[in-house]
Write a protein that binds this ligand. Structure first.
Ligand SMILES: [Zn+2]
Length: 206
């Protein structure tokens, strides 16, 4: 049945691998799958083509979509050359509100599966994820594990090794910016430790 699915998780929850396995499973049953990814995420640009690549080694070429891409128009255009029945989107948190509404429209006739983060490093919903929570027919969590073994639900942002809770919600992992999925207890503990270190440095205490 055609539906809009939102499968969300923190970083490190193998969302991309899940998206690619889902695409493979549909294709094995003879369904054509259109794979899309918002182009804000440029980590996987290979020779000008965007590639969806998972940490466990699965990858697939895909169509990059811009902030102003009309997904209904794009899908109808792609269907002129291939009988796509299913749409899979990776990094769907970067979709705009309007694009999620376009996907909802497409999901009346086609199966649309969105994979992405729910919240940013400030624990606030991304624009695309918020609209997906509001419109999706099915919400499913893909779990990721904190270093303590509990479920991680915070995408903690580090800048030069320090936890940060300020800044734009979108900053791709590269250079001095890194992320670690954590549970709330570990996040608080790390933050306190960092503040204590800062205090000691300020007062010259070892
Ligand atoms: Zn933890």
């Amino acid at each position: 049945m055609a539906k809009l699915y939102f499968k969300y998780g923190a970083m490190g929850s193998s969302k991309t691998a899940n998206a690619l396995i889902c695409k493979f499973n549909y294709e094995e049953r003879g369904f054509k799958v259109l794979l899309l990814k918002p182009e804000i995420d440029d980590r996987d640009l290979v020779g000008g083509n965007i590639v969806v690549r998972s940490r466990i080694g699965l990858s697939s070429p895909c169509i990059a979509i811009g902030k102003y891409t009309d997904l209904v128009a794009l899908f109808n255009n792609e269907r002129k050359t291939c009988d796509y029945r299913v749409i899979v989107i990776d990094e769907c948190q970067f979709l705009t509100k309007e694009q999620v509404e376009q996907l909802k429209e497409l999901s009346t006739d086609y199966t649309v599966l969105c994979y992405g983060l729910l919240t940013d490093f400030k624990t606030e919903l991304f624009e695309g994820s918020k609209r997906l929570v509001e419109l999706a027919d099915s919400l499913q969590e893909i779990k990721s594990i904190c270093k303590c073994g509990k479920k991680a639900n915070i995408n903690v942002r580090f800048v030069s090794g320090k936890i940060t809770t300020d800044g734009d919600s979108v900053a791709i992992e590269k250079g001095n910016i890194t992320y670690e999925p954590m549970c709330y207890a570990c996040f608080l503990e790390e933050k306190k430790k960092q503040e204590a270190d800062y205090c000691c440095n300020l007062h010259g205490v070892d």
